[in-house]
Ligand binder design. Structure first.
Ligand code: FES
Ligand code: FES
Length: 176
C-alpha cells in the first residue's frame, strides 16, 4: 500500500487516492494533521508550509505522487522527541506572536528552516526568509522578535526518523 513518511512515521495513503491530490489535503483530510492550513491554494501565502527533507515547501502545490520518498515534517512534528516544544514554538508563546493564528504554523515552519540554515539570523536574513509568508493580522514584528528569541534558546532533540522507502512506487492506485 502506498504511504507517506510524515513526522517520523509511515502513514498509509487512502485507497484510490488521485496521485495529483495536493499534499495539503492528504495531511489534513487523510492524516488529520490540521495544523497545516489552506490559505490561497496557489502558492502565494505560505499558510500551508511544511518541510520536505528539511526544506520548506508549499503543500498546496505539491502533488502527493511527488513526495512518496521524501521526509515530510508538519508543525505537529516540530517539537522535540523529549516532549519539549521547539524553541520557535516556545518563543511564539513567550512573545504572544499570534493574533488570529491562521498563518502561524506556516510562519513557524519557514522560520524553522531558516534557523537550521542560519542559527543566528540578522533582521535582513529573517525578512528575506519570511517574505513569502503573509499575515493578514500583520504580526511581522513579533515574528521577527520571536525568531531572534528562539535563536538564543538551546535546540531540542528531534525525533529519530526512520529512513524513507528506497524507491518510489511507480503509481498511486486509482479508485474504481
Ligand atoms: S495555501 Fe499554499 S501558499 Fe497559500
Ligand atoms: S495571525 Fe492572523 S493571519 Fe497571521
Amino acid at each position: 500500500m502506498p504511504s507517506l513518511h510524515v513526522n517520523g512515521r509511515e502513514r498509509p495513503l487512502p485507497d484510490g487516492i488521485d496521485p495529483a491530490t495536493p499534499l495539503l489535503w492528504v495531511l489534513r483530510d487523510a492524516f488529520g494533521l490540521v495544523g497545516t492550513k489552506f490559505g490561497c491554494g496557489a502558492g502565494f501565502c505560505g499558510a500551508c508550509t511544511v518541510h520536505l527533507d528539511g526544506v520548506p515547501a508549499r503543500s498546496c502545490l505539491v502533488p502527493v505522487s511527488q513526495v512518496m520518498t521524501r521526509q515530510i515534517t508538519t508543525i505537529e512534528g516540530l517539537a522535540g522527541s523529549d516532549g519539549r516544544l521547539h524553541p520557535l514554538q516556545q518563543a511564539w508563546i513567550d512573545i504572544d506572536v499570534a493574533q488570529c493564528g491562521y498563518c502561524q504554523a506556516g510562519q513557524i515552519m519557514t522560520a524553522a528552516a531558516l534557523l537550521r540554515q542560519k542559527p543566528q539570523p540578522s533582521d535582513t536574513d529573517i525578512d528575506a526568509a519570511m517574505a513569502g509568508n503573509l499575515c493578514r493580522c500583520a504580526t511581522y514584528l513579533r515574528i521577527r522578535e520571536a525568531i531572534h528569541a528562539a535563536a538564543q534558546m538551546a535546540p531540542v532533540p528531534q525525533p529519530k526518523a526512520s529512513p524513507p522507502k528506497a524507491s518510489p512506487p511507480k503509481t498511486v492506485s486509482h479508485g474504481p
